[in-house]
Design a protein around this ligand. Sequence first.
Ligand code: SPV
Ligand code: MG
Length: 288
Amino acid sequence: MRAQVCCSSDLSFLMEAHDGLSAAIAERAGFKGLWASGLSIACSLGYRDANEASWSQVVDVVERIVDTSQLPVLVDGDGGFGNFNNARLLARKLRQRGAAGVALEDSCFPKTNSFIGDGHLLADIDEFSGRLRAVKDTVADDLILVARIEALIAGRGMDEAISRAHAYADAGADAILIHSRRSAADEILAFMRAWQNRLPVVIVPTKYYRTPVSAYRKAHISTVIWANHSMRAAIGAMRQICDRISAEETTASIEHSIATLDEVFELLDYNELASAEARYLHPDDIRQ
Ligand code: SPV
Ligand code: MG
């Protein structure tokens, strides 16, 4: 049985994963839960974060993330890939593949990444509440349901964000994710004061990264998501190495700065395969 993916009263952290390897690395670093990021999964598949990857492609990646670590996984389900029916199908498939929770955002299909442009369209409150109710009715208590509010991203103000949060709580959400793209956490902290902790709150401090986490503890935020940092780290590292090898036509000078093959074998537990081979391929060797 995996641990709960979110929403304890003590501040907890979810690390982004976009494939099995990034999941294994986050687990080794000591994280207690993972965020299957839509942006990072899309990016690693060579897609844009605009619902270019299909729900089934996302579900397949989630399966690799789930299988490669013991950690609970909260999946970024975007808006649910359509209406209530697509959302509940997604939730059912995520449950089958072992996800611990899904976050659904009140955006319209196809979604736009929260950090791009100014023209974010919000779903109608009642229609989105129907998506949440359909998911809750389908997966009941097997999957944590996080309702993500894009009202501040869309410039619709705090009153709208709070009234959406109440509507989504009424619809059965287990937690609220309030998103902001400001470089300081002022909007988030104002939301916390107005919300009065009716449900646990999840945040994504990608843009307001300078705020110390002590401020989140003080505000009684439940969960912080480091949403895309392994993917961005991988881009930086791969770029650097490709540029060097291309320019130098040798790997001699970069060998010391990349993972060893032994590290690769350790991360994916090749030892387990060797002992399984001894047990199942060559049992006589063990008995003798
Ligand atoms: C993601 O990681 O895909 C998210 C978070 O949805 S953000 O990109 O910050 O909107
Ligand atoms: Mg996303």
